[in-house]
Design a protein around this ligand. Structure first.
Ligand code: AMP
Length: 291
């Protein structure tokens, strides 16, 4: 018989979160963590449901981590709505929202970072050189604070998933990193908290990000295996949209993100980042080339 679940609780301090995690672990309960920056959409909720399926206790962290934003990025205007997020998390059965402020996470004197430099350099690392060290560091801290048995990360941010997986393996962290599928709007646009920044005409053209990836997947399915023709087709499909400015379109080998050969074999990540005005959107798909 199921045990009635307690109402969702908000915890804001590291000490209280660690004490709760210790008590759950002593009681033999499995803890699943979903790290987020809030302003939830169906992508976040899908990861929470995925955690709910296999954990006794689901913790969602909500922290807009300043160290993963560069000075010129959107930290101050990143969308926030705690009450809305709380209600949405409650609707999918989350047990605890861990909601610390920046001083709680980075008190005076804070100086330690962790990084996976090779995986952090290409793709988004080119325009955001400090981003993944910020991500790896905050995730390492969250793992030590929430003490999860597993943490769920979306494939929407595939490079982030690879960096965190590498970091957890390299530092022998005792948890499993679980990938979750990218959730899309009905027209294919990958859901993102940043989609609210888009004007209606930008939103209309943003659909070409996912469509261009689909064109590439179709090409490969028809037997096209030339790297440059696949990448070039994606590039051209987006370039002709007047409001889009391409940051990158690249094909990289998985799981090390090495540059793809001209005729690739095996699994590769086809990833892109595109600006619409100041808003930078990313998307990707995994392509399996013939071995
Ligand atoms: P964020 O709040 O944007 O930092 O995202 C928190 C988590 O949700 C990360 O693991 C993201 O990869 C994941 N996520 C964001 N958007 C999506 C999406 N459209 N589908 C699946 N997961 C997502």
């Amino acid at each position: 018989m199921g045990v009635a679940r307690e109402p969702l609780k908000t915890i804001t301090t590291v000490g209280e979160m660690q004490a709760a995690a210790d008590a759950w672990r002593r009681a033999g309960r499995t803890i699943g963590l979903v790290p987020t920056m809030g302003f939830f959409h169906e992508g976040h909720l899908t990861l929470m449901r995925q955690a709910r399926q296999r954990a006794d206790i689901v913790v969602v962290s909500l922290f807009v981590n300043p160290t993963q934003f560069a000075a010129n990025e959107d930290l101050s205007r990143y969308p926030r709505d705690f009450e809305r997020d709380r209600a949405m998390a409650e609707s999918v059965g989350v047990d605890v929202i861990f909601f610390p402020d920046a001083k709680e996470m980075y008190p005076a004197g804070y100086q330690t970072t962790v990084a996976a430099p090779e995986l952090s350099q290409p793709l988004c690392g080119k325009t955001r050189p400090t981003h993944f060290a910020g991500v790896a560091t905050v995730c390492c801290k969250l793992f030590n604070i929430v003490k999860p048995h597993f943490a769920v990360f979306g494939e929407k941010d595939y490079q982030q998933l690879l960096v965190v997986t590498r970091m957890a393996a390299d530092l022998n962290l005792d948890l499993e990193i679980v990938p979750g599928p990218t959730v899309r709007e009905p027209d294919g646009l990958a859901m993102s908290s940043r989609n609210v920044y888009l004007s209606p005409p930008e939103r209309a053209q943003a659909v070409w990000l996912s469509r261009s990836l689909q064109v590439a997947a179709d090409l490969l399915a028809e037997g096209e295996t030339c790297r440059d023709r696949i990448v070039g087709t994606v590039w051209e499909t987006i370039r002709v949209r007047p409001l889009a400015r391409i940051d990158y379109v690249e094909l990289r080998r998985l799981p090390d993100l090495a540059p793809a050969d001209e005729e690739p074999h095996g699994k590769h990540l086809l990833a892109l980042a595109v600006y619409f005005g100041p808003t930078r959107l990313i998307d990707n798909t995994v392509l399996s080339f013939p071995e």
